[in-house]
Design a protein around this ligand. Structure first.
Ligand code: ADP
Ligand code: MG
Length: 244
């Protein structure tokens, strides 16, 4: 691997007495897709949130594109601009239409002018297959469409890295496929992605690596074939057996 896009070194995070992340070491290369799996409460969301400083790590270091973002002097807003995040809940503004949801953060955070923001919004709506919904309000869209808008909103900021935290967990089963298809295309375009998911088919087919977390540590890190098809650890086998 050349210089990794994301590097996490001996990361610990506690909430009071609750020692949630217990020494995470992880490198993600440029253009690599890493799926993070593991039981509820194992620290997956906390890890993602530490990578874009939504949570402050207790100790350890996080680098994104060579910048140490855990350096106290770092410009947090500048870091966040480089990292797109998609959550289980889409968090669209209900009173704004789709285009306005995409242009607002571009104008506020990146200071793009109206025409440029609208052009980039349209490009990214096309990317997620929702050009025809440009003027629609979120409440008129399905959950899957809303999540694709949320992905387009993140992409419109031009991130180097995309983090996804269970992006399909809140969706009706029949809507999951469209969102995964958008993520798959993004992976094929070469986006660096870290995806917390329970979608094992997606992990097996799209991920370059799968990381299994349990109890705040990485138990297993390898290719999908190594981790999903031939797990070495009993804890991984136990977790996977309960998903099937
Ligand atoms: P996962 O995403 O794997 O389900 P989380 O990272 O959400 O796990 O949570 C791991 C642990 O950290 C849980 O015990 C949870 O209660 C705790 N935790 C997460 N976020 C916070 C927070 N903001 N304040 C206090 N405890 C938290
Ligand atoms: Mg979580």
């Amino acid at each position: 691997m050349t210089q990794p896009e994301i590097r996490v070194q001996d990361l610990h995070k506690s909430f009071g007495d609750n020692h949630v992340l217990r020494g995470i070491d992880l490198e993600i290369g440029h253009g690599e897709v890493v799926c993070v799996i593991g039981p509820s409460g194992s620290g997956k969301s906390t890890l993602l949130r530490c990578v874009n400083l939504l949570e402050e790590p207790s100790t350890g270091e996080v680098f994104v594109g060579g910048t140490e973002i855990t350096d106290p002097d770092v410009d947090i807003d500048a870091v966040r601009r480089r990292i797109g995040m998609v959550f289980q809940q889409f968090n669209l503004f209900p009173h704004l239409n789709v285009t306005e949801n995409l242009t607002l953060p571009q104008r506020r955070v990146l200071r793009r002018d109206k025409a440029q923001a609208a052009r980039i919004a349209a490009e990214n709506l096309a990317r997620v297959g929702l050009s025809e919904k440009a003027d629609a309000y979120p409440s008129s869209l399905s959950g899957g469409q809303q999540q694709r808008v949320a992905i387009a909103r993140a992409l419109a900021m031009g991130p180097e890295v995309m983090l996804f935290d269970e992006p399909t967990s809140a969706l009706d089963p029949e809507l999951v496929g469209d969102v995964l298809a958008v993520m798959r295309r993004l992976a094929e375009e070469g986006m660096t992605m870290m995806v917390v998911t329970h979608e094992m088919t997606f992990a097996r087919e799209v991920a370059d690596r799968v990381v299994f977390m349990d109890g705040g540590v990485i138990v297993e890190d390898g290719t999908p074939d190594q981790v999903i098809a031939r797990p070495r650890h009993e804890r991984t086998r136990h977790f996977l057996s309960r998903l099937l």
